[in-house]
Ligand binder design. Sequence first.
Ligand code: 1GP
Length: 253
Amino acid sequence: MKQALYQTFIEKKKQGKKSFSVLIDPDKVNAQTIDQLVQLATDAMVDYFFVGGSLVISNHLDACIQQIKANCDIPVVLFPGSPSQVSRYADALLYLSLISGRNPELLIGQHVISAPFVKKSGLEIMPTGYMVIDGGAPTTVSYISNASPIPADKNEIAMCTAMAGEMLGMKLIYMDAGSGAKKPIAESMIQMVSSYIESPLIIGGGITTPEKAYLNCKAGADVIVIGNAIEKDSSLIKEMSDAIKSVQKVGAI
Ligand code: 1GP
């Protein structure tokens, strides 16, 4: 199985380097905004583009990714909300199992159905333990997944879930308060989870300020994912990136 991009996650973690991923929802961009985002992300030394959404209504996933790839070297990682969101033009796929929920369809069911198609895509597959954390109000992901999120103050549940995911073979752990979450994940939870796992830890959902991104990294996040805040104000890309990368300069905790 291909592992080239995953190795960059591992290498960066080893070196205490923090990464920044800009989330692009194909429904919310057009050719012009993609060009603008790509330029800003290149200038800000963004590490990855995650592409996907809980709901993808339009049908231009392939075109969106092709346009990104044609204009920069930033790797594109699919962050699919459903098995239909697979594009061979991407570099890798977060192969998500919703380990915080108890909906068998999202733990293994949809994977079984889509496995031959995913394998045929030739994409690098990154097995990812996906954990939805309560973000203060229902989000699209919490509704669509039909699964309860982990309560925001139950750090031990999050820690045990991440440990179990890692021991089951997940190569990445992604804790997500959901897109546009009112309350992003608390640093205390990030700190506890990161201290019990060795896999790279991805954090996203409701991060709107560079300060929050910085504190998340200090607490142990390895990759910060930001979508909504950048959709509203793309000039934030540079500030967010500087905040995230500043942690690597002084060294991770
Ligand atoms: C959502 O983690 C991502 O799945 C990013 O969330 O859009 O709130 O930044 P935001």
